[in-house]
Design a protein around this ligand. Structure first.
Ligand code: MN
Ligand code: MN
Length: 468
């Protein structure tokens, strides 16, 4: 059959209109295999990186396997050297020195995700149960966290100062934990409440035990039995909860979604999907002409404040250290001002069921490639770095040149809400910075959904950025 010749206007339409199609249409069979293989590696990583400490541990493992050494082992740095700096077990700055050590390419992501921490004195007994009072971390819909199995990870110090690492729930056969919701039969009043109050912060109490110690004289026998268990096994006493960072996270394993397995659901895509894809980009990048830096920050979900957050002086401290080792003759401030950066973070995807919160022509769609967002923030462009047109063009050109599927968008309609990233903190130094990352469904829920195609295109663009 002879192909119908396109009319002049049809050709004009194709030439002039901005149109993005699913990136899956561009992938041939081999590329699709790569996409799926990358997703399997990612699932393995994110499934065991459910807290910032675990994430840092697994980042280091990958770095060490790829020949990176801790920065303390270097007395000087030269082209090709691969190192990393860990700060307080919660952030990592990893680098590969390029031909031109005075030019930096930084990709910053965050390795914390919303979760349930504990109050300082959390353990109590009530109505035949021992429970833990939690203190939620980050922006959650609190009602998401009831009736789902939870794992426990973290550290706790004994009175003598011994550090105990706890990881309960991730191994087969481990017990798990849960916060039960009210049964619908008795929820008439609860169901009338507004959603922020359906489950309130003070109601996020986690079941920790149930069997009392065999002694009728003891009033709080269940609590005592739990403390006895913790003492027998780890040498802990109740006061030790004060000197602990114990985190409860969804026990959900990363899983494929859909018959075609094009999507992956997991806890903590925000932002470990960018952590992993930028880490892999750093490890896989070859022959970098500029120094490539992967900056994995903490505390983004609570505003990036604090010593391990991106609002701290982490980057400038690293730059000082780096200058000392490379012998560069410039100030750390100028080094950072001259850098180019990506704020690697996720954005919201168009949800067919809740499409009204988005402007359909300015939102990211699952599968259309990594999203390049000129700015994030909310309202009248608050809490963001609005990347310059020059730099946006640079990123667009980089994607085009390397044939990487990409799209753009904003998070939500203008007056509905918004969300911050670390772009505004990295850009303070004067470096060019733009948000680049995959879009998600169910963001900040215990089980977020991403397209395997977008995860892979994020990886490709991060790698192209490092190698440019
Ligand atoms: Mn994020
Ligand atoms: Mn977030």
């Amino acid at each position: 059959m002879q192909e119908e010749k396109k009319s002049e206007n049809k050709q004009l339409e194709e030439k002039l209109f901005y149109k993005k199609e699913s990136s899956w249409l561009d992938y041939d069979e081999n590329r699709e295999k790569e996409v799926f293989a990358f997703a399997e590696d990612y699932k393995d990583f994110i499934g065991k990186s459910k807290t910032e400490r675990l994430c840092v541990k697994n980042i280091i493992e990958i770095l060490e396997k790829s020949g990176f050494k801790t920065i303390d082992k270097f007395t000087s740095l030269k082209k090709g050297d691969k190192g990393y700096r860990v700060f307080k077990g919660k952030t990592v700055t990893a680098f590969v020195v390029g031909d031109d050590p005075a030019s930096l390419r930084i990709i910053g992501s965050h390795l914390d995700s919303p979760r349930l921490d504990l109050k300082p004195n959390p353990l109590y007994q009530s109505h035949e149960l021992a429970l833990l009072q939690s203190h939620y971390y980050g922006g959650i819909k609190k009602f998401h966290w009831v009736n789902i199995p939870l794992e426990l990870h973290g550290v706790i110090f004994t009175r003598e100062g011994k550090e105990i690492s706890l990881s309960i729930g991730s191994n087969p056969g481990d017990p798990l934990f849960i916060i039960p919701d009210l049964l619908p039969h008795l929820a008439k009043d609860q169901m009338k409440k507004e959603a922020t109050k359906v489950i309130e912060g003070e109601e996020l109490n986690i079941i920790f035990g149930h069997i009392p110690i065999r002694d009728k004289e003891i009033k709080e026998g269940i609590k005592l039995n739990i403390l006895k268990y913790l003492n027998d096994r780890y040498g802990l006493i109740e006061e030790d909860f004060i000197t602990a960072e114990l985190e409860f996270v969804p026990a959900q394993r990363p899983i494929d979604i859909g018959l075609d397995r094009g999507l992956v659901a997991a806890y903590g895509h925000d932002d470990r999907v960018c952590v992993y894809s930028s880490l892999r980009a750093l490890v896989d990048a070859t022959d970098v002409s500029k120094t490539a830096i992967g900056y994995f920050s903490d505390k983004e979900e609570t505003g990036s404040y604090g010593d391990t957050g991106a609002e701290s002086f982490a980057l400038i401290n690293f730059a000082s250290h780096y200058i000392r080792l490379t012998g560069l003759d410039l100030s750390p401030w100028m080094l950072l001002e001259n850098a180019k950066a990506i704020s690697a973070d996720v954005t919201g995807a168009m949800d067919p069921t809740f499409s009204s919160v988005n402007d359909p022509q300015n939102v990211s769609y699952l599968g259309k490639g990594v999203s390049i967002e000129k700015y994030g923030g909310g309202g009248g462009k608050y809490n963001t770095n609005d990347a310059h047109a020059e730099y946006t063009q640079y990123m667009r050109h980089l994607a085009m040149k390397n044939k990487i599927p990409w799209q753009t968008g904003e998070m939500g309609k203008l007056d509905i809400g918004g969300g911050g990233t670390i772009a505004m903190f990295m850009s303070r130094y004067g470096m060019d910075c733009i948000d680049v990352g995959p879009c998600l469904l169910g963001m900040h829920s215990p089980c977020e959904v991403a397209s395997k195609g977008d995860i892979f295109s994020a990886y490709l663009l991060y790698k192209a950025f490092f190698m440019d």
